[in-house]
Ligand binder design. Structure first.
Ligand code: IDP
Ligand code: MG
Length: 167
């Protein structure tokens, strides 16, 4: 079944110059990239993204981590991959959440680490199931940033709003 999955290259992946390696590894899946952008992550976005973990003792640290505060890299690269079994294929390539338990040839096994304060710095996020993928993709992207129609949209009539255009 064709499906979409949200991938984030987290701030440690960017700081370690792993973008090329990670995209090369992901290209093994033969999935299609249907959206990609760099994002400066607000606290609100990070908290909404990880809301299923808000009761965990490490919640505060992973919010800082996703915002780039642990790596002096205040950005992530967000991508949507689309194709047959996209979630399973990407999660297999990513490896287990704990980089020390991840297969050593997986992305997290190759490049992840556990910090002295106990955060799993695992360089990449991959949606865990189809409903999470839909929730996350809608959180990170607007419909016109994705080159295929993934989910139903609606037209909103709005008066001309102030917006930045090229000078
Ligand atoms: P996933 O990224 O493999 O889907 P989640 O349980 O959704 O795993 O956790 C989100 C992120 O929070 C992980 O990628 C990792 O960076 C961090 N994390 C998860 N569990 C722990 C933990 O037990 N200790 C420290 N960090 C964790
Ligand atoms: Mg998860």
């Amino acid at each position: 079944m064709s499906q979409a999955v949200l991938i984030l290259i987290k701030p440690d992946g960017l700081k370690k110059s792993l973008t090329g390696n990670i995209l090369t590894r992901l290209s093994e899946t033969k999935l299609e990239i249907v959206a990609a952008k760099m994002v400066r992550v607000s606290a609100e976005l990070a908290k909404e993204h990880y809301k299923h973990l808000e009761d965990k003792p490490f919640f505060g640290e992973i919010i800082k981590y996703l915002q780039g505060e642990l790596h002096d890299r205040k950005k992530v690269m967000a991508l949507v991959y689309w194709g047959e079994d996209a979630i399973k294929k990407c999660r297999e390539l990513a490896g287990a959440t704990n980089p020390e338990e991840a297969d050593s040839t997986s992305i997290r096994g190759s490049y992840g680490r556990i910090t002295t304060s106990g955060v799993y710095e695992n360089v990449i996020h991959v949606s865990s199931n189809q409903s999470e993928a839909e929730r996350e993709i809608k959180l990170w992207f607007s419909p016109d940033e994705i080159i295929v129609d993934l989910y139903p949209t609606k037209d909103l009539a709005c008066k001309e709003a102030a917006k930045k255009v090229w000078g």
